[in-house]
Design a protein around this ligand. Structure first.
Ligand code: C2O
Ligand code: CU
Length: 479
C-alpha cells in the first residue's frame, strides 16, 4: 500500500497530489508468454483480500475494505493499444469472485461473468488467468461481477488504462476514481447491503465521496499547465454532475472512446455509475487562486467534491488549443442505421410515489427479490439468467430503443461492445456519443446502434448495482 494513503504524517493534500499523478504500479510481474497469439506485453497479479485504509481522511479511523493488492482503488493497470494484457487473479476473500473488464471489447470467455463466461473463482485461494488483446485505447476499469453490490462497494475496483500509440501533449495524465461510501461514525462501512428500500429507489447512495480512495480536500494546479483528467465513477449508485467552477474542461472521450472535443452540456460532466469521461483541464488562473469542483446532480444537495488550489510556478509550455486536441479514433465499426434491425427494450419497476408499479409486480419474470425488469423479465443473479433478452445477428447493424418506463435514472451497460447513442426521446443527436453505458433519465428513451461483431452471450444491465441485483439484468446473444 502506498505510504501516502496510510501514513498520518502526510497531509491529505500530499496524498491526493501523489495519487493524482499516475505513479508507476509496483505490482508488474515479469512479462509472461500468453497462451496464444500476441505475447503478453503487460502482466499483473491481482490478489483480492481484506485490508485497512484511511478512507474518511485525517482525523478519522481507518476503514476495513476489500481490495486488490491491499489498496483501494486497485492498481492502475496499463497496457498499450493492440497489446496483450495478462492478469493472474488470486482470490483470498472468504467468498467467490470474478473480474470483469468494463468497456473492453474482448473475447467472451475473458469477460468475467460467473456461470455465463467462466466458473466463479473459488474463495480462499482460487485463481484465474485473464489474458486478452486490448483493441481500443482509453480509460476502462475492472471490478467483480459476482455480488457486485457488495464486492464493489467494499472497495474492489480499479482503472485499466490502454495507452494510445502516441500520447497527448499534456503536462500531466491524472486519474480521479470517484467513489461513494456509506460510512458509520467510526468510518466503518455500514453493513446494510441488500436493503429493499435502496434497491427500489435510487440505489445505495452513501454519505462520503472519495477521490482515489480517500476524502480529498484539495487538488493542486500549476498556473498554465494542461492536464488530461480521466474521470471514472465506480460508485454503486451515485450519479455525479461535475462542475469545474472557473474552468472550461473539454471532453475528449466518453467511456474510453474519443469524441469531438466539446464543453459539457450545461457546464456539468454527467457520470452515472460505470461511466468515464476524459477531459482536458487547463489551469488558466494565477498562483494563489482557488476554485471548487461541485457535484450538482441533485440541485437541492450540491456539495464540494474537491477544491482546485493554484500553487506557484508556471508550466511555461505553449500547448495547442484544447478544442483542437483530438484523440485518434478506435477501430469500432460504424452501424448502418438505414439497414439496422430494430429492437425495443422497456425498463419497468421500482418505487413510484405511492408504491410499486403495477401493484408490486412488474412482470411475469418476477419472483422473490425482484423489483426491476427488462421487457417484463427479471434476473437477479448471473446463475439464474433467463433466455437471452435479444438475439442479434452477428456482423449486422442493430438499433435498440431503450425505454425507461420508471421514475428513476438508469445507467444501462452492455458488455463486449461499444454502441452509439443516436437519438434521445425521438430526436436525433447532432453528435452521436460512442459509449458502453447509456444514462437514461426517468421516462426518457434513447436509441442506441451498434454492429454486433463480437460473438457470445453478453450481460446487459443497469450499473446501479442494487438495481442489477434486483432484476435489471439480462443477456444479449450475438450469434
Ligand atoms: Cu461494469 Cu457488467 O459491468
Ligand atoms: Cu437502474
Amino acid at each position: 500500500m502506498p505510504a501516502d494513503v496510510t501514513t498520518p504524517d502526510f497531509s491529505r493534500r500530499r496524498a491526493l497530489w501523489t495519487l493524482g499523478g499516475l505513479a508507476a504500479v509496483p505490482w508488474v510481474a515479469s512479462a509472461a508468454p500468453a497462451p496464444t497469439g500476441v505475447p503478453a506485453a503487460a502482466a499483473y497479479t491481482l490478489r483480492t483480500g481484506i485490508a485497512r485504509q484511511s478512507v474518511a481522511g485525517a482525523g478519522h479511523p481507518d476503514t476495513s475494505v476489500w481490495a486488490y493488492n491491499a489498496v483501494v482503488p486497485g492498481p492502475v493497470l496499463r497496457v498499450r493499444q493492440g497489446e496483450r494484457l495478462s492478469v493472474q487473479v488470486v482470490n483470498d476473500l472468504p467468498e467467490e469472485t470474478t473480474v470483469h473488464w468494463h468497456g473492453l471489447r474482448i473475447p467472451n470467455a475473458m469477460d468475467g461473468v460467473p456461470h455465463l463466461t467462466q466458473p466463479p473463482i473459488a474463495a480462499k485461494g482460487g485463481r484465474f488467468e485473464y489474458s486478452f488483446v486490448c483493441p481500443d485505447a482509453g480509460t476502462f476499469w475492472y471490478h467483480p461481477h459476482l455480488r457486485g453490490q457488495v464486492q464493489v462497494a467494499m472497495g474492489l475496483h480499479g482503472a485499466l488504462i490502454v495507452e494510445e500509440r502516441e500520447s497527448l501533449p499534456v503536462d500531466r495524465d491524472v486519474l480521479w476514481v470517484l467513489d461513494d461510501w456509506r460510512l458509520a461514525r467510526d468510518a466503518a462501512i455500514v453493513d446494510d447491503f441488500g436493503s429493499m428500500f435502496d434497491a427500489a429507489h435510487s440505489g445505495r447512495i452513501g454519505n462520503t465521496v472519495t477521490i482515489n480512495g480517500v476524502v480529498p480536500d484539495r487538488f493542486q494546479l500549476t498556473p498554465g499547465e494542461r492536464i488530461r483528467l480521466r474521470l471514472l465513477n465506480v460508485a454503486n449508485a451515485r450519479i455525479f454532475a461535475l462542475n469545474f467552477e472557473g474552468h472550461a474542461p473539454y471532453v475528449i472521450a466518453r467511456d474510453g472512446m474519443p469524441c469531438e472535443p466539446h464543453l459539457p452540456e450545461g457546464g456539468r460532466i454527467l457520470l452515472g455509475p460505470g461511466m468515464r469521461a476524459d477531459v482536458i483541464l487547463e489551469a488558466m488562473h494565477h498562483a494563489g487562486s482557488s476554485f471548487r469542483v461541485i457535484d450538482d446532480f441533485s440541485r437541492r444537495n450540491r456539495y464540494e467534491v474537491v477544491a482546485l488550489i493554484y500553487g506557484d510556478g508556471a508550466s511555461g509550455k505553449a500547448w495547442p488549443i484544447a478544442s483542437r486536441l483530438r484523440l485518434p479514433q478506435n477501430p469500432v465499426p460504424v452501424p448502418d442505421l438505414a439497414r439496422a434491425e430494430r429492437h425495443v427494450v422497456t425498463m419497468s419497476g421500482g418505487m413510484m410515489g405511492g408504491g410499486m408499479m403495477g401493484g408490486g409486480m412488474v412482470g411475469r419474470g418476477m419472483s422473490g427479490g425482484s423489483i426491476w425488469a427488462f421487457n417484463g423479465e427479471s434476473s437477479t443473479d448471473e446463475q439464474h439468467l433467463h433466455a437471452p433478452l435479444l438475439t442479434l445477428a452477428l456482423g449486422q447493424s442493430h438499433a435498440i430503443e431503450l425505454r425507461n418506463d420508471t421514475a428513476w435514472w438508469h445507467p444501462i451497460h452492455l458488455h463486449g461492445h461499444s454502441f452509439r447513442i443516436v437519438a434521445r426521446n425521438g430526436r436525433p443527436l447532432a453528435r452521436p456519443e460512442l459509449v458502453d453505458t447509456s444514462l437514461l433519465p426517468p421516462r426518457e428513451t434513447a436509441l442506441i446502434a451498434l454492429v454486433a461483431d463480437n460473438p457470445g452471450d453478453w450481460m446487459f444491465h443497469c450499473h446501479v448495482l442494487e438495481h442489477q441485483a434486483t432484476g435489471m439484468m439480462a443477456t444479449i446473444r450475438v450469434a
